[in-house]
Design a protein around this ligand. Structure first.
Ligand code: SF4
Ligand code: SF4
Ligand code: FES
Length: 363
């Protein structure tokens, strides 16, 4: 790979062939604001927040979509760029929810941070937002709020390029352009896998999580994040449990699951429907929290682990004595680790002398 000699804000830097201005700047610790950029997606150059000045170029250029070339001289901050960003952000806000609380009921909205950071004017009036949503979408998890959408297309590109699902797309024209499904069907009637990736990538909260929205949870920035490993399968995706520390009389309660930032974990910011949305078992009244053994009255009664394991062993031994070892079958869970699965087949083969052992993730 050939190096490129470039200058950024007066500093001579080396860049690699094919790198964009945004990537080189990030590698050197220079932050350029972005809204439509996601390192997992092909550059779209849609939001124009990352525009920079390049010597000899008449127009400002999107840093996320412009590869460096030999001798390029780039400026990432000056009065012209600042004026452009202020104008752009003020225009975005004209048909955007004016209150942060309103916009952030279901997911964070970075636009407000950016408006504050660049001191963009907020008195340019309010335009009618003509984007149509899907008010009757009966899916349980994802809400599209058309007023907050800035048409950055991160959600549609994620759905297409990362999930290979293409359940959502940009539709209509001009100010009516919106995020649509085929025939405005509910996401449940499309190819959508309910991964929630569109919520995760949306920079403005336009793609939001329904349950916290309906429950009226605190905004995500007021929740505490606890990094953990998903226990639904053996892949081991990293996830952040979002805990409301004041819920349940100060004991705290998990109210949402989000992905860790892209590039920091092996699942690279991606989660599946179970990892992202199936967390209500944590506080479910039917959750098993202690061993139970059925008594002579036919009811389940709490007991100790030693007693429960002893009774299970007696029951299994009784089956082999009466019907032979192949009357037993062992099924292990895909939630187990490889080592736990190994122990299950050892128990089946070495202790009970049957090869009837299966793991539910086998394909
Ligand atoms: S949940 Fe996943 S599959 Fe469904 S629309 Fe969003 S990104 Fe696409
Ligand atoms: S819903 Fe969000 S991610 Fe999708 S285009 Fe609108 S602002 Fe971008
Ligand atoms: S981040 Fe570059 S145009 Fe949106």
């Amino acid at each position: 790979m050939t190096d490129r000699s470039i200058t950024v804000n007066g500093h001579p830097w080396q860049a690699q062939e094919g790198e964009t201005i945004l990537e080189v700047a990030a590698r050197h610790g220079v932050e350029i604001p972005t809204l439509c950029h996601d390192p997992r997606l092909k550059p779209a150059g849609a939001c124009r927040t990352c525009l920079v000045e390049i010597d000899g170029w008449r127009r400002l250029a999107p840093a996320c979509a412009t590869p460096v070339t030999e001798g390029m001289s780039i400026v990432t901050e000056n009065e012209r760029i600042d004026r452009h960003r202020k104008t752009l952000l003020a225009l975005y806000m004209t048909d955007h929810p004016q209150s942060r609380e309103e916009s952030e009921r279901g997911a964070p909205d970075q636009l407000f941070d950016m408006v504050a950071r660049y001191q963009a004017p907020s008195d340019w009036g309010v335009l009618e937002n003509k984007r149509q949503g899907r008010p009757d979408d009966r899916n349980p998890y994802i809400q599209f709020n058309p007023e907050a959408c800035i048409l950055c297309a991160r959600c549609t590109r994620y759905c297409d390029e990362v999930e290979s699902v293409s359940a959502i797309t940009l539709a209509q024209r001009g100010s009516e352009t919106t995020i649509a499904t085929v025939d405005a069907e509910s996401l449940l009637d499309t190819t959508c896998e309910m991964c929630g990736g569109c919520i995760d990538v949306c920079p403005t909260g336009a793609m939001a999580e329904k349950i916290p929205l309906v429950r009226g949870d605190k905004p995500e920035r007021e929740l505490e994040k606890v990094r953990t490993t998903c226990n639904y399968c053996g892949v081991g995706c990293q996830m952040d449990l979002n805990v409301d520390p004041d819920a349940r009389e100060g004991q705290g309660k998990v109210v949402k699951v989000t992905s860790p930032p892209v590039g920091t974990t092996t699942n690279d910011g991606n989660l599946c429907v179970k990892g992202r949305f199936a967390y209500d078992f944590i506080d479910h009244p039917d959750r098993l929290t202690q061993p139970l053994v059925r008594g002579e009255d036919g009811e389940l009664h709490p007991t100790t682990w030693d007693d429960a394991l002893a009774k299970a062993a007696t029951g299994l031994r009784g089956v082999t004595e009466r019907h032979g070892p192949d009357a037993l079958g062992f099924v292990s869970s895909s939630r187990c680790t490889m080592e736990e699965n190994f122990l299950m087949q050892k128990l089946s083969r070495a202790v009970f002398h049957t090869n009837n052992v299966h793991q539910c993730a086998a394909t």
